[in-house]
Design a protein around this ligand. Sequence first.
Ligand code: NAD
Length: 487
Amino acid sequence: AAERTSLFIFFGGTGDLAYRKLYPSMYNLYKKGTLREHFGVLGTSREKLTDEQFRDQVRKSLGTAKTDKDAEKFVSHFVYEAHDVTDKEHYQVLKKRAEELDKKYELNGNRIFYLSLAPSFFGTVAGFLKTEGLTDTDGFDRVVIEKPFGRDFDSAKQLNDALSKSFDEKQIFRIDHYLGKEMIQNIEAVRFGNTLIESLWNNRYIDNIQVTLSEKLGVEERASYYDNSGALRDMVQNHIMQIVSLLAMEQPVSFTDVDIRAEKVKALRSLRVYNVAEASTNFVRGQYGAGDSQRAYRDEDNVPHDSNNDTFVAGKLLFDNYRWSGTPFYIRTGKMLADKFTRVDVVFKKPLIDIFSFPQNHNAPLEANVLTMYIEPHAGFSLRLNAKTNGQGFQTEPINLDYFVDAKDSKATPEPYERLLHDVMKGDGTNFSSWQEVSYAWRFVDQIRKVWDLQQPQFPNYTPGSMGPASADELIQRDHRQWVYRL
Ligand code: NAD
């Protein structure tokens, strides 16, 4: 791999995300040669640590032996500075340390500011980075923002306005780690690399598309955050909207961030924003109750006993455009469901006439062709076709053409954060959310939220280990359809 040169300044550098994802991902880039000699890392947070103590923590986070020579060399590029992000004067200390690293590793003034902090600090940090001169270099200055990006359109806009005072849109990289996943990126390859698929990719041949992000676990330790967010904000506004826009968009003029984003935005602009009546019929929410060995959501630690937070959401999305008019997208996501997986099921229309199921033949009616994209935990595709059963007579049965990334290859698959950090160094914004995407997604989601805030839900309404409340099945059955994945 070509070597990339940059200084990384991690705010929240001793946090859970940094140790669990960011440093191990950087180490993978180091082992692959993307990071070599010309990189430096400045970790900052409120905690008081020496450089040596910080390096010890980073080394531990890599899960390598203390004697590992590569790891030793890697962590030698790390330094630490305790810093309160609200302390304006102290940015001078960061600036000085940044300049030292810049000189020592010949970084050409390239800087990546990674804000792995509570979002309430994003504006403050971005402001001081500029006013205190940390962005005053000859190289590039990029800022990476973790989720959540606001909790509705207004707060997202406020946050974006604050960031925009210091950084241009092309310098801002909003993380949506789903976009770092191999199979998400494969959606584009499959669509635009195959005549067979793309020529059928419209309302004439596709009956409906289903996107499921299913989680097996409950809220875990994130309850206090999650109870203020819920499934709609935590999963639909970002990950699901991103997946849906990749599925719905037109072919980009070229495979570059600018052109891809333009098409995704155009798709989101034709997504129907619901009025009150539409929002209440086309979206349902859920909250898990108690299971055999599982507490109800309302009994989890740090969750109020009368919480009306949504731990599940299912909905129908409609695009008012030439390609998709009449072909709904059904989405669902939730916690404490039957299994952990992410998949997309593209359900094609059945042949207009089924010539095999005449009464004397007793053949079961033809099934619809389904293209399933398995995103995780196993990456792959499956295409369901109808074929003749082997033997006498004429019966048909559905068969599957399957392709799965084998275990050896999936080990070599870069972690989402590894890929995304690499993209930031390249300055490639393809797999990050642009402000326009974020804002259209919030406008859609806000309408649902507004209606929900007026109605009293009947919670809890689903059992752990199920696929959500009965209303999620009714939502799709009402349209004479079924979830492809069901228990
Ligand atoms: P964390 O609570 O583990 O770490 C927060 C860090 O911020 C700590 O290093 C803390 O010292 C520092 N900090 C807090 N106040 C500060 C201040 N005033 N000045 C300087 N430093 C301060 O949080 P986390 O889980 O690592 O999450 C970081 C960001 O990533 C958040 O935006 C979160 O929403 C997002 N995120 C995290 C995860 C995850 O898996 N942990 C997943 C998705 C998004």
